[in-house]
Design a protein around this ligand. Sequence first.
Ligand code: HEM
Length: 179
Amino acid sequence: MAKYPHVQDQVQEELSRELGSRQAGVDDRKNLPYTDAVIHEIQRLANIVPMAIPHKTSRDVTFQGYFIKEGTTVLPLLTSVLYDESEWETPHTFNPSHFLDKEGKFFRRDAFMPFSAGRRVCLGESLAKMELFLFFTFLLQRFRYTPPPGVTEDELDLTPAVGFTLSPSPHELCAVRRQ
Ligand code: HEM
C-alpha cells in the first residue's frame, strides 16, 4: 500500500464517508466497492499460492485437446490465470480498476481464482475473505502506512520470498495513528 499512496487515500476516504467512526462489519462490503476492489487486486497480484496443491487424475481425461492419462499428477498454476495477459488490462501492475465497472461498482472476474477452482477449491475461502476484509478495514481505519523515515516509496523492495507460498520479504513500514 505504501507504494500506492493515492490508493490508500481513496480507501480511507471511502471508509470515512461510508462508515464514519464505526468499525466495518462483513455486511459493509457491498457499500465499499473501492475497498473491496483493492483487496481483490492485492490478492490477485500477491498470488500467495502460485501452484495450488498437486492433484491426480482419477480417470483418463481429454482437456482442451490434450489427453491426460489416469493417475497423472497435475499442478494447477494459478499464476498463469492471475497474470493472464488476455484476461487483465494491466496483468503485472497493481490496478484496482480490474474489479470496478464504469460507475465504480465492484464486479467479479472469472480469472480471479487465488483460492483455485472446482471440487478441491480452498475450503477456507469464505473465512479467509471475511478475515481479509475485516483486518484490512480495521487497520486502514486506524493507521496510515508510510515507508520508514529516510526511505522513499521507490526504494521499498516488495519482491516476495519464494517458497511453496509467496510471502513478503522482511521490510520496515511505519503505521501512523490517524486522528
Ligand atoms: C488468503 C488465504 C488463502 C488462500 C489464498 C488459500 C488458497 C488455497 C489454494 C490455492 C488451495 C489449493 C486448492 C487446489 O488445490 O485446487 C487451498 C486449499 C485448501 N485451503 Fe486454503 N487458502 C487460504 C486460506 C485458507 C484458510 C483460512 C483455511 C482454513 C480455515 C484454508 C483451508 C484450505 C483447505 C482445507 C484446503 C484443501 C482443500 C482440498 O484439497 O479439498 N485455506 N487454499
